[in-house]
Design a protein around this ligand. Structure first.
Ligand code: TEU
Length: 549
């Protein structure tokens, strides 16, 4: 039987601090802003908040480039603000999960400044260097580099340094025990303040084959296979567990966990003493929209992972985060007619699957993609650098911008829509990123008053999950596997059997689960009238949770 743990029973709400609430009118969200909205966060009924990085950073990649791991970013406030936030959250019974970004630091971190200054500097081996007299290093692909080249020439020591992400995010050398112990110290610094866990950013990439072999042509199309789970990764995680995690009652989650359910298990098998749970990218790396990818294949991904995890280990369930477009725009339907109903259907999915739900701020309102028209609107280096790269190659910029309207991760980073006042109540100044003009209709204030809003529906789902252990620990069984429109499954624990029916299409859809449900009780549904009009039929984007008798 699965072990009971608080982090398996928790619902995690992700706050993107830059865009949540600005308290001082500089257009950037901050810690005081979050504190001022703790009542709202508490009203959701969630258990834990995962906060994206709030450490000092020149913000090349919105805080994922850290220049001091023990300081708070000026835009976000002070260490005093942070201590207050943690204290106030704990008073409300909410736990705080911090982002730990240690595959790389900022190039403005003191370690890197030292490291690049001379070849014999004591910090030289904190990063990966390749002396230029050996020629060009074997090609390494980079996520954010304009030329997709992860080696950057640095004239000061006539050497190249490695950066899987941007030029301002040099990769730390995890083979160096000094680096590892510096990181453990940083982790203790935050854990001793009383935080409740870490999300391990890009950590699957931390270990590299430092003999730098040539990789096969086109390997970047399968990047996780080549960059994820390097030769010593699991040794590092075990050491980290022994040195740090085992001494605290916390939760840890791997962002990315190799390229298969078997890979993922190795991160979280409790016997191995590494991390608590993992989230994989297979179910989000499906291209532009789920309807093009196909529901049958999509269901198969979740079912395959669940199969591997049925007896041990634990996964996170998510449809969106700050690296993704908005959930409803990618997996649902954000036209006015279906936006709310399909948002509710997707929330039903996240909250009834096996795994800890990670729910992204604003999805409870059904916030959708902003779809910027111009490159000037984008602030994200991901979109901007790819645009420049394409421009240099003479590529089709118009087509690129069109595609970004659907896929850019900045679609998911627009300011939270609080009310109908200026800038949706996010800031009194000029917001760092445009506010979605639909805030006049989509905002928290209006939805709090409307009993049928996506917000109130989400709260019901959270309550239901908290009341019903079958949603946490119950076995998952996929039904009607080949159905291209309906995702149907049961969750079952100690004789209690819950049936979840989700119509992912904009048409009426039939299903065949093999159960007679006419007499069963519908516990929750996203349509106002819960009556079954026709048997074995769901209305467009309908979601139902039924207790089978
Ligand atoms: O993302 C790591 C990651 O693996 C990326 O591939 C991610 O899928 C990509 O950014 C999508 O465009 C983490 C953070 O979540 C991301 O925000 C950071 O930019 C990145 O690390 C570098 O720290």
């Amino acid at each position: 039987a699965l072990q009971q743990k608080w982090w398996k029973e928790a619902v995690v709400y992700q706050v993107y601090p830059r865009s949540f609430k600005d308290s001082d009118g500089d257009g950037v969200g901050d810690i005081k802003g979050i504190i001022s909205k703790l009542d709202y966060i508490k009203s959701l009924g969630i258990d834990a908040v995962w906060l994206n990085p709030i450490y000092s950073s020149p913000n090349d990649d919105n805080g994922y480039d850290i220049s001091n791991y023990r300081e708070i970013m000026k835009d976000f406030g002070t260490m005093q603000d942070f201590d207050l936030l943690l204290q106030e959250m704990h008073k409300c019974g909410i736990k705080l999960i911090m982002d730990l970004v240690v595959n790389h630091s900022s190039d403005e971190h003191e370690w890197f400044k030292q490291s690049r200054s001379s070849r014999d500097n004591p910090y030289r081996n904190y990063y990966h260097w390749w002396p230029a007299e050996k020629g060009k290093p074997p090609y390494r692909w980079s996520f954010f580099d304009v030329n997709s080249d992860a080696w950057k020439y640095d004239a000061q020591t006539n050497s190249y340094y490695l950066h899987y992400f941007s030029q301002k995010q040099p990769d730390l050398n995890w083979e160096n025990p000094k680096v590892r112990h510096e990181v453990y110290d940083i982790m203790r610094f935050w854990l001793d303040k009383g935080i409740d866990g870490f999300r391990m950013d890009a950590f699957q990439f931390a270990s590299k084959d430092t003999t730098w072999p040539e990789l096969p042509k086109g390997y970047e199309k399968n990047i996780i296979k080549y960059y994820g789970v390097g030769p010593h990764l699991h040794e590092y995680l075990q050491e980290m567990n022994k040195e740090v995690f085992s001494k605290y009652d916390i939760m840890t989650v791997a962002e990315g966990a190799g390229s298969s359910p078997e890979d993922a298990m190795l991160f979280v098998d409790p016997d191995r003493k590494e991390l608590n749970m993992a989230y994989h990218f297979e179910s989000v790396d499906i291209g532009k929209h789920l309807k093009d990818f196909g529901l049958v294949k999509y269901k198969a991904i979740f079912s395959r992972y669940d199969q591997e995890f049925k007896d041990k280990g634990w996964l996170a369930i998510f449809l969106a985060n700050h690296d993704q477009p908005r959930m409803v725009s990618k997996f649902g339907n954000d036209t006015p007619k279906y936006r709310a109903i399909s948002s509710k259907m997707l929330s039903t999915f996240i909250m009834t699957m096996r795994g800890t739900p990670y729910y992204y701020y604003g999805d409870e309102l059904g916030m959708d993609n902003i779809r910027f028209n111009s490159i000037e609107d984008y602030k994200d280096l991901d979109t901007r650098n790819r645009y420049i790269g394409l421009k240099n190659k003479g590529g089709d910029l118009q087509a690129f911008l069109e595609q970004q309207k659907q896929t850019s991760r900045e679609n998911g980073r627009t300011p939270f829509q609080w009310d109908t006042t200026q800038n949706a109540g996010f800031t009194t100044g000029t917001p760092w990123l445009k506010v979605n003009p639909n805030y006049q209709t989509i905002n928290a204030e209006a939805q709090e008053k409307d009993p049928n809003s996506t917000l109130n529906y989400f709260k019901k789902l959270v309550k239901l999950r908290k009341q019903e252990p079958a949603f946490v620990y119950g076995t998952y069984t996929l039904l009607d596997k080949e159905n291209p429109n309906v995702y149907a499954y049961t969750r079952e624990l100690n004789g209690k059997k819950l049936l979840v029916l989700l119509n992912f299409s904009d048409k009426e859809a039939t299903y065949n689960t093999g159960f007679l449900t006419l007499k069963s009780k519908i516990i929750l549904g996203n349509y106002q009238d819960l009556i079954n009009t026709k048997t074995n039929m769901l209305r467009p984007y309908e979601a139902k949770i039924i207790e089978l008798k």
